[in-house]
Design a protein around this ligand. Structure first.
Ligand code: ATP
Length: 229
């Protein structure tokens, strides 16, 4: 298993109720899972726990057999940099860096990803070519369209072949046709390097492109008022 979670309970500081109470959840290697649920049901919170940004008050999360709670904060940051590619809703690109330098960033933070990339610049160029960005290599990212920035964020998440790509609403700024095309491209790139995909979206149409769909409102006992039952 790539990621496994057992008996999880998580409460934000000063919150009266837990946000998450999930008996079990797993993600297999190279699996593609679509995570959905109503606004406020805890999807982003769950992603932050699965990637070790937050540690639950109860239960365990393992990634690649490593119990994340047993690592120090800095060790969890390194572990995440080594094994997780993350695409944020707002992309979080560094506006003062070029497209190419944004894509190369994970190889600066992670020896493992630098090593796996072989020649990081060559892999960045390959990904940017696959994502139709070759003519923008030296542009700063704030001169790009939203769709182009999204593809830069994808290339950055995939460089150095992390075991899992986690994407939080990466298509929310796109129209329906472009969403499906972006997901198709995301899978093609992820498949080239056997990267699993866990993607959050409100768009139910996208679920059809995934191996499995998880409705957070159904598996989360803390949020029964959101459940569609
Ligand atoms: N940093 C935080 N500090 C305190 N509470 C938070 C924090 N982040 C989220 N929450 C709370 O946790 C609950 C779930 O929020 P979360 O962002 O995980 O939901 P979501 O399903 O991702 O929502 P959306 O679909 O609108 O992005 C909300 O009640 C929110 O107020």
């Amino acid at each position: 298993m790539l990621i496994e979670l057992a008996d999880l309970q998580f409460t934000w500081p000063r919150a009266a109720q837990p946000t998450l109470d999930i008996p079990a959840l797993s993600l297999g290697r190279a699996e593609r899972v679509f995570l959905h649920g109503p606004s406020g049901s805890g999807k982003s919170t769950l992603l932050s726990i699965l990637t070790g940004i937050q540690i639950p008050q109860r239960g365990q999360v393992w990634m690649l057999g490593q119990n994340l709670a047993t690592l120090s904060g800095p060790a969890r940051d390194r572990f995440r940099a080594d094994h997780v590619g993350y695409v944020f809703q707002q992309f979080n690109l560094l506006s003062y860096l070029s497209v190419l330098d944004n894509v190369l960033l994970p190889c600066q933070f992670s020896k493992i990803r630098r090593h796996r990339a072989g020649n990081p610049k060559q892999q960045a160029l390959h990904l940017l070519e696959r994502l139709d960005l070759t003519s923008h290599l030296n542009c700063t990212v704030n001169s790009l369209s939203v769709g182009q920035q999204q593809r830069v964020a994808l290339a950055r998440a995939l460089i150095g072949a992390p075991e899992v790509l986690i994407a939080d609403e990466p298509t929310s700024a796109l129209d329906t046709d472009r969403r499906a095309a972006f997901i198709k491209l995301l899978f093609e790139c992820a498949d080239e390097q056997q990267t699993a995909v866990l993607l959050v979206s409100h768009d139910p149409q996208l679920a059809l492109q995934f191996d499995r769909s998880v409705d957070l409102a159904r598996i989360n006992r803390a949020n029964r008022e959101h459940a569609d039952v």
